[in-house]
Design a protein around this ligand. Structure first.
Ligand SMILES: CC(C)(COP(=O)(O)OP(=O)(O)OC[C@H]1O[C@@H](n2cnc3c(N)ncnc32)[C@H](O)[C@@H]1OP(=O)(O)O)[C@@H](O)C(=O)NCCC(=O)NCCS
Length: 145
């Protein structure tokens, strides 16, 4: 594996959208993803291997707080450390911005994502009842910097 991790550009958006649709974990439109690319508070990453998009992540940084909004890896390439590599690369960038807190929300039924976040040191802090439009609860997790 020869992983290239860089900032997301407008040209990556169709592939990012396709990956999101394939995984069916989130329902952002292509226009919403494109908007993130130029949003001043967004930090966006894509990972390529052999010219193919294998993963992406979207973070927001507001003042000294960071939030992980979305992270996904091609289903045929999971458990290879790709999401961890994207996260590690972004974290070192965020540290240089003097971030004081890092949090995320995840669906209570998405236990794979929760296990992934726990592997990065995130811990559950509380739950928001019926947070998602379909009534599912959200788990709020706080990361370590
Ligand atoms: C969550 C997700 C991004 C993880 O990506 P990944 O590249 O497979 O994760 P990594 O290979 O970097 O895994 C790092 C660690 O996370 C944990 N982990 C990841 N996937 C796991 C799984 N299916 N079961 C248990 N633990 C898991 C493990 O501790 C793993 O380390 P290990 O493989 O050495 O045991 C991926 O499963 C995914 O795309 N899921 C669908 C989209 C989604 O739900 N995103 C999160 C909500 S925004």
């Amino acid at each position: 594996m020869s992983l290239l991790i860089r900032e997301m550009q407008a040209g990556d958006v169709p592939s990012v959208y396709k990956l999101q649709e394939m995984l069916a974990f989130q329902k952002w439109s292509e226009a919403q993803i494109l908007a993130e690319v130029s949003l001043p508070c967004a930090v966006t990453k894509v990972a390529y291997d052999g010219g193919l998009l294998v993963g992406y992540a979207i973070f927001h940084v507001i003042a000294d707080e960071a939030e992980l909004l979305s992270i996904a890896v091609d289903p045929t390439r999971q458990r290879e450390g790709i999401a961890k590599a994207i996260y590690a690369e972004t974290l070192s960038e965020l540290k240089s911005r003097k971030i004081q807190s890092f949090f995320l929300e995840v669906r209570v039924r998405n236990t794979v994502a929760q296990q992934f976040y726990q592997s990065l040191g995130f811990v559950e802090t509380y739950r928001r009842k019926r947070y998602y439009a379909d009534g599912e609860d959200a788990v709020i997790m706080k990361g370590i910097l």
